[in-house]
Each structure stands twice: as C-alpha cells, then as structure tokens.
Design a protein around this ligand. Structure first.
Ligand code: HEC
Length: 126
C-alpha cells in the first residue's frame, strides 16, 4: 500500500520535471530549480526526500536519518563550503554517517555544487 503511494509520487515527480524545462533567467530561484533537478537526477531525493525533510523512500532503513534541510538551526550551523564538501566527500570523511555517500562526480563541478546548495538553502523553514 505504502509502495504504491511512493511509486505514485515518484511518477508525479518525473512528470513535473519532464514538463518544466526552465528559461527563467539567472535568478536565485532558477539556480535553486536547477539544483532541484540535480538533486533528483543524482538520487539525493531517494534518501533526502522531495521536500528535503530527510524522509525519502530510502530513508526508512537509515539511522541516523538524512539531514532535515528545513531545520533553520541546521541551516544556520553550516556554511555553503561545508555542504559542498559533504556532498563531494560523503559523510564518513566528515565525521557524519557513512550512509551519506560521497559524490566525486561533483569534485570539479563548482557550478553544480552551487546549484545544489541553492536548492538546499531554499528549503529552510519550509
Ligand atoms: C543513501 C542515502 C543518501 C543519499 C543518496 C544522499 N544522502 Fe545526503 N545524507 C544522508 C544521511 C543519512 C545524512 C545524515 C548524516 C548524519 O547526520 O550523520 C546526509 C546528510 C547530508 C547533508 C548534511 C550534512 C551536514 O553536515 O549536516 C547534506 C548537505 C547532504 N546529505 C546532501 C546530499 C546530496 C546533495 C545528495 C545527492 C548528490 C545526497 N545527500 C545523497 C543520506 C543520503
């Protein structure tokens, strides 16, 4: 039962992304939207969830749970540079849970990292 709901929301999600390719210009919102696309395309959403609350399908088995990006206190406690570093190096290398995987593919992609950070920051307080 739960699975069908999850599949449904995944279907809705991919639909939403296939429809809206953006040409909003270089606004902060557009950067965050590009980050959201990377977040989905690279599987972050599976653990971190669509709204960044750490409640993705794959989070069920995880302890600790993925970070809740909507937590303003967490947002205030980390720098953009730290977020980028954890994305590239993963949790284990940064004293966090090893279930947060490293993503070396972003090592040389500062633009992608900036977009991911913009998306993560856009979720604060939501
Ligand atoms: C297999 C599940 C999984 C995937 C996939 C995953 N994460 Fe995570 N992530 C986690 C977990 C679990 C934590 C919490 C680690 C902790 O608190 O010890 C975390 C933490 C984080 C944090 C917070 C770091 C901090 O200092 O609090 C950021 C930022 C993050 N992930 C970004 C990403 C991005 C971006 C992607 C995709 C490119 C991604 N994650 C993919 C599981 C995942």
């Amino acid at each position: 039962m739960k699975t069908s709901r999850i599949l449904l929301s995944l279907a809705a999600l991919s639909l939403a992304f296939s429809c809206g390719s953006s040409s909003e210009g270089d606004s902060g919102a557009a950067v965050a939207a590009a980050g959201k696309q990377l977040f989905v395309a690279n599987g972050c959403v599976v653990c971190h969830g669509e709204t960044g609350k750490g409640d993705g399908v794959g989070s069920v088995a995880l302890d600790p749970k993925p970070r809740n990006y909507t937590d303003a206190a967490w947002q205030a406690s980390v720098t953009d540079a730290h977020i980028k570093q954890v994305i590239v190096q993963g949790g284990a290398a940064n004293g966090l849970s090893p279930t947060m995987p490293p993503h070396p593919q972003f090592q040389t992609k500062e633009g992608d990292l900036t977009q991911l950070v913009a998306f993560i920051r856009s979720l604060s307080g939501k």
